[in-house]
Design a protein around this ligand. Structure first.
Ligand code: E4P
Length: 214
């Protein structure tokens, strides 16, 4: 399973990219707005750092405008993946952009049937939102399980991104369920690595090494 950062913050992206484990980045209008920098310039810069798929979401709501904005975003860099909401207009735009060879990530997926529709419209990526499903007392990992199973049974040419990840356990569950990618906030990425026993163990190794003075 590949690991993506879900952020538009370049400092965070540079840090995690430096670990050598970052395969891509997803953004959305809320994440872009949080940074307060020009949208297209930010996407270009993220692409330069990541050198892997970078999802940039359209803000238009009608299919023709989504297609126009999607083409413009795709022209920014070869790594751009156009992100579209899973709505009727999003499906129409997905069909057009996909048929032009532009990779599309269908976002805001909350049901297996939405995932099926997005796949039929030619999406390259499907983004079910685990955390937001959990937030309404449903089961985000169950949604992911259904979608991964449908993709596998029907051999659909899509990659499943476990999105809206809230904690490290979501990442483990996504990997066990066979998601292709997990996209997560910076804080969760850090939590994947940090473990108190690793810190304690390293401290003890260093103390013993100092005492021995070999
Ligand atoms: C996915 O691509 C979305 O940007 C993201 O995962 C949404 O997560 P949130 O529910 O934490 O906002």
């Amino acid at each position: 399973m590949e690991l993506y950062l879900d952020t538009a913050n370049l400092t965070e992206i540079r840090e995690i990219a430096s670990w050598g484990v970052l395969s891509g980045v997803t953004t959305n209008p809320s994440l872009i707005a949080k940074e307060g920098r020009p949208f297209e310039e930010t996407i270009r810069e993220i692409c330069r750092v990541v050198q892997g798929p970078v999802s940039a979401e359209v803000t238009a709501l009608e299919a023709p405008a989504m297609v126009e904005q999607g083409r413009r975003l795709a022209a920014l860099d070869e790594h751009v993946v156009v992100k579209l909401p899973t709505t009727q207009e999003g499906l129409k735009a997905c069909k057009v952009l996909s048929s032009e060879g532009i990779p599309v990530n269908m976002t805001l997926i909350f049901s297996a049937n939405q995932a099926l529709l997005a796949a039929r419209a030619g999406a390259r990526y499907l983004s079910p939102f685990l955390g937001r499903v959990d937030d309404i007392s449903w089961d985000g990992t169950e949604l992911l399980r259904e979608i991964v199973e449908i993709v596998q049974i029907h051999d659909l040419p899509v990659r499943v991104i476990a999105a809206s990840i809230r904690h490290p356990r979501h990442v483990t569950e996504a990997a066990l369920l066979g998601a292709d990618i997990a996209t997560m906030p910076y804080a969760v990425f850090k939590q994947l690595l940090n473990h108190p026993l690793t810190e304690i163990g390293l401290k003890r190794f260093m103390e013993d090494w100092e005492k021995a003075k070999l």
